[in-house]
Design a protein around this ligand. Structure first.
Ligand SMILES: [Zn+2]
Length: 97
C-alpha cells in the first residue's frame, strides 16, 4: 500500500489523559480511523483501529466492521505500515512534540 496516495481528510490530534501519548483521528473515503501513539523518548506507533458510525466494509482491509464501540478492531494493512503512516502524517498534517 502506498501510504502517500491515501486520501486523508479531517486529520486531528489530541493528547491523551489515560497515558502519555496521542490519538490521531483521520478519515479515508468517509471512514474514520483512530491511530494510537505512545510517547516516551520517541514516538511509538501502537495501533490503528476502525472507528465507524455504521456497519460497513472497510475500504482498506475489506472486513465487515461493526460500529463503535463494538467494531474497534485493528485495520491490519494500515497497522502494518504504521511507522510510515506516522511519518507521513507528521510531515503533512500534524505536529507532534
Ligand atoms: Zn480496515
Amino acid at each position: 500500500m502506498n501510504i502517500k496516495e491515501l486520501p486523508f481528510e479531517h486529520v486531528t490530534v489530541k493528547a491523551l489523559d489515560i497515558f502519555n501519548g496521542y490519538e490521531i483521528s483521520f478519515v479515508i473515503e468517509n471512514q474514520t480511523f483512530h491511530f494510537l501513539i505512545g510517547k516516551s523518548e520517541e514516538l511509538l506507533p501502537l495501533n490503528i483501529k476502525h472507528y465507524f458510525k455504521n456497519q460497513e466494509h472497510c475500504n482498506i482491509c475489506q472486513k465487515m466492521i461493526f460500529p463503535t464501540p463494538f467494531g474497534q478492531q485493528p485495520c491490519l494493512p494500515l497497522q502494518k505500515d504504521m511507522k510510515d503512516l506516522l511519518s507521513h502524517l507528521r510531515k503533512t498534517y500534524v505536529v507532534l512534540t
